[in-house]
Every structure is written in C-alpha cells, then in structure tokens.
Design a protein around this ligand. Sequence first.
Ligand code: SF4
Ligand code: SF4
Length: 279
Amino acid sequence: MSCCSLPLLKSHQNKIEKEHPCFAAGKSHQSGRIHLAVAPHCNISCNYCVRKFDCVNESRPGVTSRVISPDEAIAKVREAKESPIGSLLNVVGIAGPGDPLANESTFRTLELVRSHFPKLLLCISTNGLMLPEKIGQLKEIGISHLTVTLNALDAETGSKIYSYVDKDHKTYIGTDAAKLLIENQLEGIRLAVESGMAVKVNSVVIPGINETSLLDIAETIKAKGVEIHNIMPLIPQGKFRDLPVPTKEMMQAHRRQLSEILPQMTHCKQCRADAIGLL
Ligand code: SF4
Ligand code: SF4
C-alpha cells in the first residue's frame, strides 16, 4: 500500500465504523441492520450448538429463522427499505442460520443486494473455516464488515470446543479439526483486514474450557488489525448443556481486562438470523 492511500483508508474505516450499529456502540439507536437468513448449512460442529436453531456464534439461541431464497431476500430488503424505518437501515448482514460461507445462496444474495441497493453496507458473520478461499469473492462483492467467531488459539483447547470440521469432502476430528479451523480463521482474519474490511471477532466464553485463552486471543487479533472484540457468555446447550453459565460479574471482569487490549462490544443483542431494525 502506498503511504498516500493511508488517509483515504482511515476515513473509509471511520465511515464504516460509524454506520454499522454493531461496530460503533454510539450509533446503535440511529443505524439499523437487516439480517437475511439465506444460509442453512454449516461445515463445523460447535459443542454449544443445537442445529435446529440459528448459529449461536451471532444469534440468540432457541429461535429458528425460516430459510429464504435469494429472491425472497431481495424482496425482504425492498420491503424493509420502504417501511417507516427504511431510511435508518444501512446494513445488510448474513449470519445464518448456518455458516454463510458454506452456502452458495449467500453469494447470490449479496450480489443481488449490491446491484439493487448499492448504497447499503454488506456484512457477514462466519466461523472462518472458508474465509481464506472466499476472501477474494467477498472483496469483489464489496463486503465492508466481517465478524469471525474465534474461541481458541491452540488445537488442544479447540478440540474440546469443536466435534468435527468438514472441509473439501473430508471430515476432521479432535486436534486435527481444531488446528485446521484455527489456522483458517487466523489467516482469514489477516486477509480480511489487509483487504480493508472492518473486522470484529466474537469469542464465546466457555467456563473451564477457554477462559484462560481470552487474553491471548485479544492480543493476537489486535496484532492482526481487528477493531473490536465481542465476548459472549456461553448459553449451555448441546454437548455443553451441563456447563455453568458465566456470571455477569465474570463477564464484566473479563471485559475490563480485555478492554486494555481492544475496544469491547457490550451492546450485542445476539440477534436472530432474520432480525430487522435498530439494535
Ligand atoms: Fe452451529 Fe454456528 Fe457453530 Fe455452525 S458455526 S456449528 S451453526 S454455532
Ligand atoms: Fe450486531 Fe450482535 Fe445483532 Fe450481530 S448479533 S447484528 S453483532 S447486535
């Protein structure tokens, strides 16, 4: 990058931080988002996931969104934009119900939104497994905001969180699965920042499993240029149904400590995959 492109990039970053309700807490009552539930499939298995609900890496568990087609998605955006709060809706996001990058319909939908509503910001939330191979396509479509859920940095910890990872028609388990996922997440984050996207990292706080990894995660993502960290309390379900819920005090203590490294998102509402409106 040439040095004269830096001020331009900075002003671009300021703009995208300002307009996305999730990347700028102060804007969450002035700027809204439309989530399009076009992505049913997932390529990994998180032990806190119950597949009949939306992806809990970005959504409130226990609610299921009806999967819609790209054409239905465009009709939904049009209807929302024509509604009384239409002028406040600046962001279109795809966050499930599975992993957006594991679904071709995600890309078709984003292309349609880009051509019909070129002023809307585009946002994706992913587990990151396919990020390195899809980053070029995301960049070409014009994704400006990206969220990756990163819960561990070492394969040992990761193997306690993920049951399996599916990649290129092969299923990986144990530390092999976690290693592959973590490598792709970190490389994907690096490429996304490098391509000018505003990147947020979500981490699910899982008592007794990854709490001691949180500081390392924050340091690592900061070094890669991530702008904001969002830690979310585990909601015990699936294989983790017997684990304790992190208390409010525990979450506050983690956020206090982590805020010395990166800005913390405290206003995430864990929206459903088809949420519309202000946060
Ligand atoms: Fe479930 Fe989301 Fe994890 Fe996929 S990435 S297993 S949908 S929580
Ligand atoms: Fe923003 Fe959290 Fe809702 Fe995603 S789930 S749109 S990050 S508030």
